[in-house]
Design a binder for this molecule. Structure first.
Ligand code: ATP
Length: 342
C-alpha cells in the first residue's frame, strides 16, 4: 500500500477512536490517502499501525470544526462512527461542510429512541415491548437511561416495587422501561450499497461487557452474598457465526430496515452504507431487535481481514472499513459521488 493511486485525489478522513484503524486501513487497501484527526495523547495506536498518511493532533475532537477549510482543500471525505457523534452531536454533524459518507437525514431517526422504534416498526421487525409506567411491569424489564454510554447504569427489574427501589439508588435521568428478552444477543453487521442496490451481510459479533460477562464466573450464592449489580459497559467484541438456517431471516430483516428508511426522509433515499441490527434471539428462534445503529459498529473491528461471510462474497480480505472505501471508489468511477455523500 503506497501513495494513493485511486480516488481522484479524494482522501478518507476520520477521528481517532472506535473503528478508525479499520476505516483508514481499509481506505489504504483501496488506494486512498488517509487523514486522522486525533486527540493529544490518543495517537499511539495510529502511529504504531501506520494507518494515517496525515495525523492532525488536536486537544479536543470538536476542534475538527476549525479544520474544515483545510479538509475541504484536501478533498477529504469523512467516515463517521460512534465517537464522531459523541464528539460533535447531531446538530453539528448536520451542519458539517466537509463531505460525509452517509445520509444525514436518517440520523435523527436513529438518535431518538422513540423515532427509532417507529422506524423499526415500519420495517415490521419484532421489538421488545416498552412499558409506559412502572406499574405496568409484568415480567423482566431492562431500564435504559438516555445517553448512557455503553449501557452504563442500566438495571433489571421484575416489578414496580423493585423498579422504584433500584431507581432511587441512581441519579435522576430520563429512561425507558423495556421488556428484557431472555435469549442470545447477536449483533448483525450489514452494508447496503445504493450503487448496486444490494444488501450485504458482512459479519456478526457478540459483546464483551463489564461486568455482566464475568458474573457467570461467580457462583450464584456468592453473587447474592456480594450484592452484585450488573452493568453493561462495553469493553470489546467477540466473533460469531450464526446457524446457517437463520441467514434468510437476517437478510430479510436488513432489507426491511433499508426499505422502511426510505419513508423517513423527504428524499426517499434512506439508509445506505454500514449499519447494524442489535438483536436478541429467543429459544424459539425469534429475533427481537432492540436497536439499530445507522453507521459502522465497533464489532466489525474483528474482521479487518474479512469474516467468513465476506470471504464467501469477495474471496479477498474485506472489512467493513474497506467496503466503505470500495463504495466511494466505485462512486467516483461511475461519477456518482454526490449520490453517496452529504
Ligand atoms: P449502544 O452502544 O449500542 O447504543 P447502549 O449503551 O444503548 O448501547 P444497549 O446495547 O441498548 O446499550 O444494551 C446494553 C446491553 O443490554 C447489551 O448487552 C444488550 O445485549 C442488552 N440488552 C439491551 N436491550 C435488551 C433487551 N431488551 N433484552 C435483553 N437484553 C438487552
Amino acid at each position: 500500500m503506497g501513495a494513493a493511486k485511486t480516488g481522484n485525489g479524494h482522501k478518507i478522513a476520520t477521528i481517532g477512536s472506535h473503528s478508525a484503524l479499520q476505516i483508514l486501513y481499509g481506505a489504504k487497501q483501496e488506494g486512498f490517502s488517509t487523514i486522522l484527526i486525533c486527540e493529544n495523547g490518543r495517537e499511539q495506536p495510529y502511529k504504531s499501525y501506520k494507518v494515517a498518511d496525515e495525523l492532525i493532533l488536536v486537544s479536543k475532537f470538536n476542534e475538527m470544526l476549525k479544520l474544515q477549510e483545510k479538509l475541504l482543500s484536501e478533498k477529504a471525505i469523512i467516515i463517521p462512527h460512534a465517537t464522531f457523534f459523541d464528539a460533535f452531536g447531531l446538530e453539528e454533524v448536520e451542519k458539517l461542510k466537509v463531505p460525509y459518507f452517509g445520509n444525514k437525514k436518517i440520523l435523527k431517526w436513529e438518535a431518538d429512541r422513540l423515532l427509532q422504534r417507529e422506524w423499526l416498526k415500519k420495517a415490521g421487525l419484532i421489538l421488545p415491548k416498552i412499558y409506559k409506567k412502572p406499574e405496568d411491569i409484568d415480567g423482566p424489564v431492562i431500564i435504559k437511561f438516555y445517553g448512557a454510554r455503553g449501557g452504563k447504569g442500566f438495571f433489571l427489574a421484575r416489578s414496580a416495587e423493585e423498579f422504584y427501589k433500584k431507581i432511587k439508588e441512581r441519579e435522576a435521568r430520563s429512561y425507558i422501561i423495556q421488556e428484557y428478552i431472555v435469549g442470545a444477543p447477536i449483533y448483525i453487521h450489514y452494508f447496503y450499497s445504493p450503487l448496486t442496490d444490494e444488501l450485504e451481510v458482512m459479519s456478526f459479533d457478540r459483546r464483551y461487557e463489564s461486568n455482566v460477562d464475568s458474573i457467570g464466573r461467580i457462583a450464584a450464592k456468592d453473587q447474592l452474598d456480594l450484592g452484585l449489580e450488573t452493568s453493561y459497559n462495553i469493553t470489546g467484541n467477540m466473533p460469531l457465526v450464526v446457524r446457517e438456517s437463520l441467514l434468510p431471516e437476517i437478510f430479510r430483516m436488513g432489507e426491511a430496515a433499508v426499505k422502511a428508511s426510505r419513508k423517513l426522509d423527504g428524499d426517499k433515499i434512506g439508509l445506505y452504507g454500514p449499519f447494524s441490527l442489535e438483536t436478541v434471539i429467543t429459544p424459539d428462534l425469534k429475533f427481537f431487535v432492540f436497536e439499530i445503529s445507522a453507521r459502522i459498529v465497533a464489532g466489525t473491528n474483528l474482521y479487518i481481514n474479512g469474516s467468513p461471510y465476506t470471504d464467501l462474497k469477495y474471496g479477498e480480505p474485506m472489512s467493513t472499513g474497506r467496503r466503505i472505501a470500495r463504495e466511494i471508489k466505485a462512486a467516483i468511477e461511475q461519477n456518482k459521488l454526490a449520490a453517496i455523500l452529504n
